[in-house]
Structure formats: structure tokens, C-alpha cells
Design a protein around this ligand. Structure first.
Ligand code: UDP
Ligand code: MG
Length: 348
């Protein structure tokens, strides 16, 4: 299929039944205004609220709408990955389905792409309708990541972005399980730029990112792009080593000059012992994070399992297209299970 659409819009959907219709309409409005061809890939990430049924209904009325439905909830980053795997557009746009990323911004991303940029990320100049806590933690998080990682991840950007097909092609080869997509697209390189926008309030429903998931996501981000947490141990060990030497000298001196009873107490020993044990356990946790991820990657399970698709019959995933030219990619080809066609689509 050489004559695919110019644009592929990819949106992950997890229980967004109240948003889908308006989202589809806004995407349609924004892309129709370009006068070029497009497709919208909705990835149903295990919704239980009727989102899938609504998506299939809309897809049966519009050939440009395609649906990938997972066998269960695999998480936002994996859903986006599946969308990119299947997309065939010359530019791929990642966007949330809850209208926090306004589809009206898409033409501005496209303009930059036409100027020759390969990645155009949307920068949140302002965030509306989010708690002070969420805004503050997000701000701190992006600055921390920026400081400690080796690649230049732009501040205050989410996954809302446009990427050229050559960037997507690289992304499709990056099969890591713990995915931090905004970091991964930065890692690829090429010409990248940002466009500012106002992040809107969620139109309907609640955030699917509670604190627990945010922390897990943060750990993935840090471990994916930095060894800093492993490296800080050397500093602490040096500080403690020097401290123990100095304390040893001082105690010896005091005992020799003042008598035996100096520093005879157990309290200090107990407190120090607990403090040091706590440090050690903390760093065991840090090492454990990397070890667990290494295990996760080496086990190399498929990233996702697809239960059904609509509008994608006959479309080979990027994995498979690539697989043909690349020896030894049998495991990559197995990543996408044979999808079942859920809604008939003529000649898709
Ligand atoms: N999402 C998903 N799987 C999940 C969690 C979220 O596909 O496990 C989707 C969700 O439907 C939305 C996008 O990812 O389209 C962003 O999620 P959300 O709005 O909850 O995150 P927030 O904007 O609050 O950070
Ligand atoms: Mg949101």
C-alpha cells in the first residue's frame, strides 16, 4: 500500500466513552482543514465503559477511522506504541483522546513539519484544570529528568507531538518494554522543535494517572535514560568513608587524652546502624529497579496483545514490513498476534 494517507493520528483510549465522539469530530475538523488525506487510529486499551462499541460504530461510518483493540489494559505508552506500529502516514501525530491536547493545534504542528522539522512536540505553556499538586509535581519531574538524563528531553512536553515517518521507523525498532516515548523520540535525533499550546481541562471523566502510576512512570523515565541513580552511590560512599576516618581519629584522640568513657554509649551506635541500614536498603532498591527492568527486557514478551481490529485488514504492521528485509526478526514479527477483524471494512 504505497498510497497511504499523509497523516496518521494515533490516540490511546482507556474508558473515554464521553470524549470519543467530540474528539473524533475535532480531529476531523482539524485534519480536513489541511486538505490532505489522513487516518485516525484509536487504540482501545482495555476499556470497560463501552468505548470500544462507540469507536466501532464511528469506524463503520468513516473509512478513515481505524481501531486496534487490546486484549486487556496494557497502559498508555504501550497503546501509543501499537498505534505507531500500524500507522502508515508520512507524518504521525500522537494525541490524547480526552481533548486535553486540543486537535486544533495539529495544523500548527504540521506547519513546522512542512518547514522541515522531523519532530514537532507541543509544549505546555499553561495547564488548565489540574490541581496545584499535579502541576507542581509535573514541573519538578520534567526538570529532574532534564537534569539527570543524558538526552535532551524538552521541558513541559507530553506525548502530544508530530513525528516524521523516518522517526517513527526508528521508534518501531525500539522494542523496550518500559517505554518513555517522549524521551525515545528525543533520543532519535534529527531536527526537532516545539510549538506552545495551552493544555486544556479534561472534557469528560477522570485522569487515569493516579499518583501510584505517575511514580512508576517516573521510575521508567529515569531508568530508561539515566544511570545517575546508580552513580550517586559512589559519592555517598566517599562521604561516609571520609567521615568514618575523621570520626575514628577524633575518638582515638579523645580517648587517649580524656579517658575511656568517651563515646561509650550504645544510643549513637544504634542510630548510626539504623541510618546506614536505611541507606543500604535504599540503594538495594535502586539496584533492584534496574535489575527488574533488565529481567523484564530479557524475557522479551510481546509488548501487547491485540484482540480485534477494524479498518486494518491486510495492513501489515511496521514490524512485519520491516521483518521482511531484516533477518532474525522473527520475534519482532510475533509481537502482533493475528488480529481478528471486528468490523468489516471494504478494501482497507
Ligand atoms: N490511557 C490509556 N491507558 C491507560 C491510561 C490512559 O490508553 O492505562 C489514555 C487515556 O484514555 C487518554 C491518555 O491515555 O487518552 C492520557 O491519559 P490521562 O488523560 O488519564 O492522563 P493525564 O492527561 O491525566 O496525564
Ligand atoms: Mg488527560
Amino acid at each position: 500500500m504505497s498510497d497511504g494517507p499523509v497523516y496518521s493520528v494515533v490516540a490511546p483510549v482507556f474508558n473515554e466513552v464521553g470524549n470519543i465522539r467530540l474528539f473524533y469530530r475535532e480531529v476531523k475538523g482539524a485534519l480536513d482543514s489541511t486538505g490532505e488525506t489522513w487516518e485516525l487510529l484509536l487504540v482501545n486499551d482495555g476499556s470497560t465503559d463501552g468505548s470500544l462499541e462507540l469507536m466501532l460504530k464511528l469506524a463503520s461510518a468513516d473509512q478513515r477511522l481505524r481501531v486496534i483493540s487490546f486484549a486487556r489494559n496494557f497502559g498508555h505508552q504501550i497503546a501509543v506504541t501499537a498505534g505507531v506500529d500500524y500507522a502508515v502516514g508520512r507524518a504521525i501525530i500522537l494525541i490524547d483522546a480526552d481533548l486535553q491536547d486540543p486537535p486544533a493545534v495539529i495544523p500548527r504542528l504540521i506547519d513546522k513539519w512542512k518547514e522541515g522539522f522531523d519532530v514537532v512536540y507541543a509544549v505546555r505553556a499553561e495547564r488548565r484544570g489540574e490541581s496545584v499538586w499535579k502541576r507542581l509535581s509535573a514541573k519538578l519531574f520534567y526538570r529532574l529528568i532534564h537534569r539527570i538524563t543524558d538526552i535532551n528531553i524538552p521541558l513541559d512536553t507530553g506525548d502530544f507531538r508530530l513525528m516524521d515517518e523516518r522517526v517513527a521507523q526508528v521508534l518501531r525498532q525500539m522494542r523496550e518494554h518500559r517505554r518513555f516515548i517522549r524521551g525515545m523520540t528525543s533520543w532519535v535525533g534529527f531536527k526537532q522543535t516545539g510549538v506552545e499550546y495551552v493544555r486544556e481541562e479534561r472534557v469528560w471523566g477522570e485522569t487515569k494517572y493516579p499518583l501510584r502510576k505517575m511514580i512508576a512512570f517516573g521510575l521508567d523515565a529515569v531508568t530508561s535514560f539515566s544511570f545517575f541513580p546508580l552513580q550517586i552511590m559512589i559519592y555517598l560512599s566517599l562521604v561516609l568513608g571520609v567521615a568514618s576516618l575523621l570520626v575514628g581519629i577524633v575518638i582515638t584522640f579523645l580517648r587517649l587524652t580524656q579517658g575511656e568513657e568517651f563515646f561509650g554509649g550504645q544510643a549513637t551506635t544504634i542510630v548510626l546502624l539504623l541510618l546506614l541500614s536505611s541507606f543500604q536498603l535504599f540503594f538495594l532498591f535502586v539496584i533492584g529497579q534496574y535489575v527488574a527492568r533488565t529481567y523484564d527486557e530479557s524475557r522479551d514478551r510481546p509488548l501487547y496483545v491485540i484482540a480485534a481490529t477494524a479498518g486494518l485488514a491486510g495492513r501489515k504492521t511496521a514490524q512485519r514490513r520491516q521483518g521482511a528485509a531484516e533477518p532474525g526478526s522473527a520475534t519482532a514479527a510475533a509481537i502482533v498476534r493475528e488480529p481478528v477483524e471486528a468490523a468489516p471494512h471494504a478494501g482497507a
